[in-house]
Design a binder for this molecule. Structure first.
Ligand SMILES: C[S@@+](CC[C@H](N)C(=O)[O-])C[C@H]1O[C@@H](n2cnc3c(N)ncnc32)[C@H](O)[C@@H]1O
Length: 268
């Protein structure tokens, strides 16, 4: 996990005054060093600062670059956009939604935000009266996804509507869960980092580099059980062993994604 203290915040190559002001404010909020761009390329910035990650902040934009990347990572909805289009076209049910039994009007808590692909799919499924709250422990990931949920819009009405129903909070899910009342969300969902690497979805290498790698703690599961009205769901690798470690039965969901399975507790 790359900490904010190991990253620098800068602006685009030719910043406006508003970009500089926003970048300085974001650096202060994150506890990152602010560096003037001075038209430097990504590699040069890393070379001169020794940073492990560079966050370029402009008014309305966040771009994160790690050494080795060809293009910086922005919040783009990724596979979620394709999954929502497939749902709208009625092509096939989404295994994640089936596992979570997401219904219209639900309050859905995603305890492991990552790139927020699952959260965005859930935000589409809960519809107008629903809400998706997302918790993410990595400050740098949250800087991009939290900003994206608030400001990025794709010009595709169902996806933009879903984004407006999603809110991303920076924090440790155990602490957030402890602060929540009993039965305050319909579904509580966990998708922690796998211990072994898998074929990465687009944007996932960034998530892997920035993410909190801890496996799900039994305490967090116990809190989720208290907070959920209908279901607690955990995504695991087919051979991950996490469902067995935490004593969760596998949910009978047909998954196209051969590498994953879902388990959980069903209350209603
Ligand atoms: C596999 S990714 C989730 C991917 C996500 N479902 C998606 O569709 O993009 C796991 C994420 O959970 C975050 N995470 C791990 N432990 C956490 C914790 N205790 N609290 C909050 N977030 C956590 C990691 O930083 C990482 O970003």
């Amino acid at each position: 996990m790359i900490e904010p203290s190991q990253a620098v915040v800068t602006t685009p190559r030719r910043p406006k005054a508003v970009d500089v002001a926003e970048a300085r404010a974001e650096a202060a909020r994150l506890g990152c060093r602010y560096v003037e761009r001075r038209s430097q390329g990504w590699e040069k910035l890393v070379e001169t600062t020794g940073a492990r990650a560079v966050l370029a902040v402009a008014h309305g934009d966040r771009a994160l670059w790690l050494p080795g990347m060809t293009v910086p990572w922005r919040f783009h909805g990724g596979m979620a956009v394709l999954r929502i289009r497939r749902m709208i076209a009625g092509v096939e049910p989404d295994p994640f939604l089936a596992a979570c039994d997401v219904r219209a009007g639900d309050r859905f808590l995603d305890c492991t935000g990552g790139a927020c692909a699952d959260a965005l799919v859930a935000a589409h499924a809960v519809g107008e009266g629903g809400h998706v709250e997302v918790i993410e422990a990595s400050a740098l990931l949250h800087a991009v996804t939290g900003h994206g949920a608030r400001h990025v819009r794709f010009g595709e009405a169902p996806i933009d509507a879903a984004l407006s129903r999603m809110h991303v909070t920076l924090g440790d899910h155990l602490e957030v869960l402890r602060s929540l009342p009993d039965r305050s969300y319909d579904v509580v969902y966990f998708d922690p980092m796998f211990r072994e690497t898998t074929t990465a979805a687009p944007g996932f290498d960034v998530v892997r580099a920035l993410a909190d790698p801890r496996p799900l703690a039994a305490e967090a599961l116990a809190e989720a059980r208290r907070v959920a009205r209908r279901r607690v769901v955990l995504q695991d690798r087919k051979t991950g062993g996490e469902l067995e470690r935490l004593g969760l039965p596998e949910l009978p969901v047909m998954s196209r994604y051969a590498q994953v399975r879902f388990g959980g507790l069903v209350f209603a």
